[in-house]
Design a protein. Structure first.
Length: 161
């Protein structure tokens, strides 16, 4: 994995006119580290990044690294939105007709219907306020489209949505 200078150079290729800045952190949470190391490694780069977000010194945090550590650090340093039980990772996916926002891109293996409903609301709000889609459509990914197909949990979420 490249260092901070290489990462900065790559970011400048993608977004050439943005004033990126390197902020020092004395350590990292590696892919081999446990998620709990986020709690004990206070000066890890992911913790520094989320503290800067909480202090409104940065606008976003992006990481190509440990997704569990990313979520743990976000919860530890920033917290949850009111009424949100479980957060979700989000991806913007290009399609033939534009882009879609997919929430919970595999981070949660044990879900409850209420989580998926909350993620649907968060995704719709993101689409409205950030992307500018006035009436976003919400889809539920399942293994089939026929009536009665999918897990019991997915059928419950379909009813709730």
């Amino acid at each position: 994995m490249g260092g901070a200078v290489e990462t900065l150079q790559e970011l400048k290729k993608i977004i050439p006119n943005h004033p990126f800045e390197i902020v020092h952190a004395s350590s990292v949470v590696s892919m081999e580290d446990s998620v709990s190391s986020v709690r004990t490694n206070k000066d890890a780069s992911i913790n520094v990044a989320f503290r800067l977000l909480k202090e409104k010194k940065v606008d976003a945090v992006v990481s190509p690294g440990h997704s569990g550590a990313f979520m743990a650090s976000a919860l530890l340093n920033v917290g949850r939105l009111p009424g949100i039980v479980r957060p979700a990772l989000t991806a913007k996916i290009p399609t033939i007709s534009g882009e879609v926002i997919m929430l919970d891109i595999g981070a949660n293996v044990d879900c409850r219907p209420e989580y998926l409903v909350q993620w649907a609301r968060m995704g719709a709000t993101y689409c409205k306020t950030v992307i500018g889609v006035p009436n976003p459509r919400i889809g539920l990914l399942s293994n089939a489209s026929e009536e009665g197909k999918g897990t019991e949990m997915l059928r419950q979420v379909h009813e709730l949505l």
